[in-house]
Design a protein around this ligand. Structure first.
Ligand SMILES: Nc1ncnc2c1ncn2[C@@H]1O[C@H](COP(=O)(O)OP(=O)(O)OP(=O)(O)O)[C@@H](O)[C@H]1O
Length: 217
């Protein structure tokens, strides 16, 4: 489902964030991406989502070669991906419901099917009673769950999460990882970057470890 073959990523400033990284993630796997700050975890996830392109090597996601894709094909790839990235902010002037609705509006779903899907996504993350609220009135953990609802509302085959529990206390982090595990149990392929070694141990998934841009197995 995700295949990296000797992937390197050098930024225009000359910094090489990933060095000849090769691995694959099969359909239905749950994989944790670990490594120190600056190891290249976010860069790797951005390559999967075609937010960045590889400098060399190949990244193939759902059969599509990211480095060779036409720009027009990127939105089709992204429809299959749920992205939980730190810089994907919520819209603070829209309600909880409208924040989750947005990806469906972009995909052109009709209003009544969209409303059903939004409520199903809010239910999965435990925010069904809060659909009329503004995100600013939610706790940090609830805002993170709202980001997750927005990422899953399109029913993506692959979910990518970049430090999804970074700013949360351990009880909330625990809940969010359990939620991810339940998505995985219904077949969603998951790639999650984390610093949280306790979670990785508790959940016991496969681990890919990066050190200064190199994969350490
Ligand atoms: N757009 C960019 N231009 C230049 N350098 C970048 C860019 N994005 C990332 N880098 C550099 O690449 C390296 C890897 O960054 P990346 O964000 O992938 O690390 P990370 O493992 O996700 O770190 P953290 O856990 O702190 O988020 C860092 O040294 C970073 O400064």
């Amino acid at each position: 489902m995700i295949e990296f073959s000797q992937v390197s990523k050098r930024f225009p400033c000359g910094h090489e964030a990933l060095k000849s990284v090769s691995f694959s993630v099969e359909k239905g796997e749950m994989v944790f991406l670990t490594g120190h700050s600056g190891a290249g975890k976010s860069t790797l996830l951005k390559l999967v989502a075609a937010i960045e392109l590889p400098t060399s090597g190949s990244v193939v996601v759902s059969g599509q070669n990211i480095g060779k894709m036409r720009k027009a094909a990127v939105p089709f790839l992204r429809r299959n991906l749920g992205l939980i990235f730190q810089d994907h902010k919520l819209l603070y002037d829209r309600s909880v419901f409208e924040n989750v609705l947005l990806p469906l509006q972009i995909s052109g779903f009709d209003r009544s099917e969209s409303a059903k899907r939004v409520r199903a996504a809010l239910d999965k993350v435990g925010l069904l009673g809060k659909e009329k609220m503004l995100p600013i009135t939610l706790s940090g953990g609830e805002q993170q769950r709202l980001c997750i609802a927005r990422a899953i509302v399109n029913r993506p085959a692959i979910l990518l999460a970049d430090e999804p529990t970074g700013n949360l206390d351990s009880a909330y982090a625990h809940d969010i990882m359990d939620m991810f595990q339940s998505f995985n149990q219904v077949g969603v392929t998951m790639l999650i970057s984390t610093h949280d070694e306790h979670t990785v141990e508790r959940i016991g998934g496969r681990v890919i470890h990066l050190q200064q841009g190199e994969l350490i197995s």
